[in-house]
Design a protein around this ligand. Structure first.
Ligand code: ATR
Length: 278
């Protein structure tokens, strides 16, 4: 703990394997800033009080990860438009009187990783979104904003896919299909795995037929959780298969800019993490 330096944290449960502290310290290093960035493991029942205590104690900003993103949104006194439409938050900034403002930078982080790091022009892509939970909500609006031609949402539980499509309110582009029909719904040139199957150590049973020519497959998770889907993508013939490490670094950059008013260079930080965790 550096005395006098601003304090940041990431709330999660569990939180031991988070890369957020080292990403933020690497960004801070780029500007010669000194900051404290620790981790806070809070069980769901303790989350609201932990947030209150952190900001009451002078906390300058917090990241929020699973399973607290919805609770972070709900406890905030103010919410950005991006947080409002998604209904969850991954960044909190302090307001006066101990109140907090909720932000959601997940979708913007994914789109920037795809368009700037991987040089993908999303316009004209037919996207298949696997999953309709928190992670899928986090990216769906941003994919539409980025101009995907169509967004087909497929979820094991169809009602959740329908509910997301209804909220998106763009029936000309965003619609649902049944998971059981995956082998007959045609092929896609952008497939995003937003299910939590990999995190839970479960394999997804996906037909190769959904993988179109020159397809890009992307798993929102990274590390071992993404391995199964990326291996499937390569076997299915995808031209590109990426995990969500780049998205993580981009979402962190958005948080950093909110807190410090400076835009970090994500490229060297991504490169180093990629080398270290390859
Ligand atoms: P997260 O915040 O990680 O998105 P979530 O909100 O619990 O977590 O959502 C998990 C998503 O992964 C859901 O879409 C879930 O499908 P259901 O709505 O049918 O539960 C999906 N999912 C989890 N395990 C899965 C599996 N083995 N096969 C297919 N989908 C799975």
């Amino acid at each position: 703990m550096v005395e006098g330096a601003p304090r940041f944290t990431v709330f999660g449960h569990p939180i031991a394997h988070t890369l957020s502290p080292q990403i933020h310290q690497a960004f801070a290093h780029q500007f010669g800033l000194t900051l404290n960035y620790d981790t806070t493991d809070a069980a769901p029942a303790d989350f609201a009080e932990a947030v209150r205590a952190f900001f009451a104690g002078g906390g300058a900003g917090a990241n929020v990860t699973l399973p607290h993103k919805r609770a972070a949104f709900e406890l905030a006194a103010e919410r950005t438009e991006a947080a409002m439409r998604v209904g969850t938050a991954n960044v909190l900034t302090p307001l006066a009187d101990g109140r907090v403002r909720a932000h959601n930078t997940d979708g913007a982080g994914l789109v920037r990783d795809l368009t700037e790091r991987h040089r993908v022009d999303l316009r004209g892509h037919d996207a298949l979104l696997l999953g309709a939970g928190g992670a899928a909500h986090g990216v769906a609006w941003s994919l539409l904003d980025a101009g995907v031609q169509t967004l087909t949402i497929v979820n094991r539980t169809p009602e959740a896919a329908d509910a997301l499509a209804d909220r998106l309110g763009d029936p000309a582009r965003a619609h649902t299909r049944y998971w059981k029909d995956l082998d007959s719904i045609g092929s896609y040139n952008l497939i995003i795995n937003a299910t939590s199957a990999g995190v839970a150590g479960q394999a997804l049973d996906l037909p190769f037929a959904i993988c179109g020519s020159r397809a890009l497959c992307y798993d929102l998770s990274y590390g071992p959780a993404a391995t199964g889907f990326l291996a499937w993508a390569k076997t299915a013939g995808a031209d590109y298969a990426f995990d969500g490490l780049g998205m993580l670094v981009e979402t962190a950059a958005d948080a950093f800019e909110l807190w410090h008013g400076k835009r970090p260079d994500t490229a060297p930080v991504y490169r180093e993490l990629r080398q270290r965790y390859a």
